[in-house]
Design a protein around this ligand. Structure first.
Ligand code: ZN
Length: 134
């Protein structure tokens, strides 16, 4: 597994994120060959696209990431790495929803549940790591 940084990533984002990625690389799933990392001027702190079929994913770093405190920034990144972990489930759900594109209720319910799992897991992981580090 390797990280590929887009050349125009602002250096302050790379400086803030690279040490955290080194700390959490063990969390990434075995199917993932490459994570592309790029800066994106959108709201929020981070985002992802997972292409499990092609064994790669993109991690988007967004402006609010550097406004967060250390704990929240770490949780935000671990949250996105958890999205990579559940990428295959997300793909299955997307295929199911392609068959019923008008069923927004199911799409929203699945999305909500996935976000909830990822949020709970990322907070638990970061709390545990920080507790173990002291
Ligand atoms: Zn999320």
């Amino acid at each position: 597994m390797r990280f590929e940084w887009k050349a125009d990533t602002p250096p302050e984002y790379r400086a803030a994120v690279e040490p955290l990625l080194k700390l959490w690389v063990w969390l990434l799933p075995n199917w993932l060959d490459v994570v592309f990392i790029e800066y994106e001027h959108k709201s929020g702190s981070a985002g992802t696209i997972t292409r499990d079929r092609y064994r790669n994913a993109t991690l988007f770093l967004r402006p609010a990431l550097l406004e967060e405190g250390d704990y929240e920034r770490e949780v935000s990144l671990v949250h996105e790495l958890c999205h990579f972990c559940q990428g295959p489930i997300q793909s299955v759900l997307e295929r199911f929803l392609e068959e019923a594109p008008d069923d927004k209720f199911k799409a929203d319910t699945a999305e909500h549940a996935m976000e909830q799992v990822v949020s709970d897991l990322s907070h638990a992981l970061v709390r545990h790591r920080r507790k173990a580090a002291h």
